[in-house]
Design a protein. Structure first.
Length: 366
């Protein structure tokens, strides 16, 4: 998730508070989802146990989904586009309240996101905008199946594909700043299309094998590690190095998860399922959120977040915690899994504190 590159920035923004309110809802939903996740591994805290069953949809759709819908709405720069993040936030509140309408509100938000991407493609038909549109279509189809009572493990590959395609598309846009071979860009587009198709096959048949999904995921991650602009910017100082670190670490986790799906039959529950889900949504997606927060917040919510080295602390804690969690999953070591899960939750809290420190200390030279 990178800067809102296509937004028609207005010289004056008279209504940032609505965006900030949506981000607060997304953050509150993510916090509740974290507590619910801790309850699922035996660390029941506060309201967490009450939402343990909805941990995945809360975190993936209510938290991340609202943020991406808001980013795309700001990119379009049209008031009607705000319907997508508003509906997503309403769905998150409905999930927290246990309302049956929540999946349908999520579906409405995803359809609105498809409409946003259609308009963006019409304005700028490029490989990265088409991939974002493809990702939103996959999200809508997966959410439609979920709203019609399909189990979460059936639609989870579609939800994964949405986030992977959206993030990779935005990184592909930035790759134009580096000498990326034309064949490599076309190869990535082909991989992404195959990845989307393999995710949708799972919706059609619960018994469909996941190794094509995992293989294309691993190849996409390999492409990032080879051609992403982060390979160059990590040599720089300050914010470019911080962002590149988060991007490359996220790509590593995407590769690990892709290999896991490829070489083993990931069941619909249990430790391997836990490792696969968190490899994508924590190791890849959340790492990207951390890495691009100093770019996203000023662009979306008009909240300045200058770079400060303290931002490396939650980023590294996030990945170290995930290592412990995945090792605990693979080795069936519940205490280690619990330590890793708690570290991931603490990383989110430390990230909030780090942003406050960064804002109070101001920008750092370099």
């Amino acid at each position: 998730m990178v800067a809102v590159t296509m937004s028609r920035v207005r010289p004056r923004d008279d209504a940032p508070w609505g965006r900030r309110g949506l981000l607060v809802i997304a953050a509150a939903t993510a916090l509740t989802a974290v507590l619910a996740g801790l309850a699922r591994v035996g660390l029941g805290l506060s309201m967490g146990p009450a939402h343990a069953a909805n941990h995945g949809p809360l975190f993936v759709l209510g938290g991340f989904g609202t943020v991406i819908a808001l980013e795309r709405a700001v990119a379009l720069a049209h008031p009607a586009a705000m319907a997508a993040p508003a509906l997503s936030a309403a769905a998150a509140v409905s999930m927290l309240g246990g309302l049956a309408v929540a999946p349908w509100l999520t579906l409405a938000s995803s359809v609105a996101l498809v409409a946003i991407n259609v308009v963006i493609v019409r304005r700028q038909a490029a490989a990265f905008t088409w991939l974002m549109l493809l990702g939103s279509v996959v999200l809508a189809l997966g959410t439609f199946a979920w709203a019609r009572s399909a189990p979460v493990f059936t639609v989870m590959p579609a939800w994964m594909a949405f986030f992977v395609l959206t993030i990779v598309a935005e990184r592909l846009e930035l790759s134009r700043l580096a000498p990326t071979p034309t064949w490599a860009s076309r190869f990535l587009v082909g991989l992404c299309v195959s990845f989307a198709v393999s995710a949708l096959v799972r919706i059609i048949s619960d018994s469909a094998v996941l190794w094509p999904f995992g293989l294309t995921m691993a190849l996409i991650a390999g492409w990032q590690l080879q051609y992403d602009l982060a390979r160059r910017t990590i040599r720089l100082a300050g914010l470019p190095r911080f962002t590149a670190t988060g991007v490359l670490l996220g790509a590593v986790w995407l590769l690990v998860t892709g290999v896991l799906f490829t070489v083993s039959d990931v069941p619909p529950s249990g430790p391997r399922y836990d490792a696969a889900l968190h490899g994508v949504f924590v190791g890849f997606v959340l790492s990207m959120v951390f890495a691009h927060a100093p770019i996203i917040l000023p662009a979306v919510a008009r909240v300045p977040l200058p770079y400060h080295p303290v931002l490396f602390v939650p980023l590294l804690l996030l990945h170290l915690g995930l290592v412990a969690r995945v090792v605990g999953d693979v080795s069936a070591d519940l205490p280690l899994r619990q330590v890793g899960s708690a570290a991931n939750g603490v990383a989110l809290a430390v990230f909030v504190l780090s942003t406050l420190v960064a804002r109070s200390r101001g920008p750092v030279a370099g």
